[in-house]
Design a binder for this molecule. Structure first.
Ligand SMILES: C[S@@+](CC[C@H](N)C(=O)[O-])C[C@H]1O[C@@H](n2cnc3c(N)ncnc32)[C@H](O)[C@@H]1O
Length: 282
């Protein structure tokens, strides 16, 4: 199943069952879209439906065929953890298959954004066989598993959260790329490798610029960096590349913008973007 947001008519069976059980008018408020990650469903629910949320979740679970239903929360904190309310079931660990890659994760605690699907698919295509990729914010391997599995790249994946790291290690095995992908459970600022990477993934937001000096230390004299950050709309399109180039120059590197893409809206007036940058040591 795809984790993409599905905007669709409520399945007739859900409507049929719940129209017999809910008070007049409430059937119209039932969620028409949801996100499915493996066999876990994330359901947005209007406050008017609060008293019936358990039963509603049960019916969605049974008709759609999932084991657990969560109510949408917010992603926050250094480890980008989500807060969810369990509406039905309880087991939130699942295996989500996307682009022939198996991602095992705990949906209640680890971010897996349907809106990032294009970027995960794009990363499978940009990596080249044999090149060394360092993923500085690996998560469960969201962006670097596609590079190892489909691109044939060698990957060093660094993840700070011990909980997320367990899934990263399992995913490397599940996708049978142990021969070319190695995981480190540490803060990327403590990673000792220097001048080793052909390509670097910086899949983080808000404070990613603080990690540019470390990325340059890990990069070879010439490398490509996929630099993500969040940017207020009024500073686009100059940012975030301007800041990247300024910091790169301060560290003896020239930077060239190869490509820039919007990933998604992050907050009102703020966008999550990715810039592909080629860096050269001066
Ligand atoms: C938002 S997730 C992104 C996953 C993936 N890169 C993507 O873009 O889909 C960022 C991950 O970076 C990890 N992280 C945050 N700070 C870190 C650091 N200093 N060193 C290593 N990992 C870090 C978090 O625990 C989290 O799992």
């Amino acid at each position: 199943m795809s984790g993409r947001r599905k905007t669709q008519l409520i399945k007739p069976r859900i409507r049929e069952i719940l129209s017999r059980e809910l008070p007049e008018g409430l059937v119209e408020l039932l969620p028409k879209h949801w996100v499915q990650i493996g066999d876990v469903l994330i359901l947005p629910l209007r406050p008017e439906l609060e008293p019936y949320k358990g039963r509603i979740a049960e019916v969605y679970a049974q008709v759609i065929g999932v084991k657990t239903v969560l109510r949408k929360g917010r992603i926050s904190g250094e480890f980008r953890e989500t807060n969810y309310e369990v509406l039905y079931g309880g087991d939130t660990v699942t295996v989500h298959v996307e682009n022939r890659i198996k991602y095992k994760l705990d949906v209640a605690r680890i971010m897996f954004s349907p809106a990032n699907v294009k970027e995960r698919v794009r990363m499978a295509k940009v990596a080249k066989p044999g090149e060394l990729v360092v993923d500085m914010f690996a998560g469960i391997g969201h962006l670097s598993l596609p590079m190892a599995v489909h691109g044939g790249a060698r990957v060093i994946a660094i993840e700070k959260s011990p909980y997320t790291f367990q899934f990263l290690v399992e995913n490397i095995e599940l996708n049978r790329v142990q021969d070319r992908m190695t995981a480190y459970n540490m803060d990327n600022r403590d990673f000792p490798g220097e001048n080793i990477a052909d390509r670097i993934l910086m899949g983080y937001v808000v404070t990613t610029h603080e990690f540019i000096p470390k990325a340059l230390q890990i990069a070879k004299d010439e490398a490509v960096i996929h630099y993500h950050n969040t940017v207020p709309e009024r500073l686009m399109p100059a940012e975030p590349f301007e800041t990247f180039r300024r910091i790169a120059r301060e560290h003896g590197y020239e930077a060239e913008k190869l490509n820039e893409l919007i990933i998604k809206r992050y907050a009102p007036g703020v966008w999550h973007v990715v810039v592909d940058v080629r860096v050269f040591k001066n």
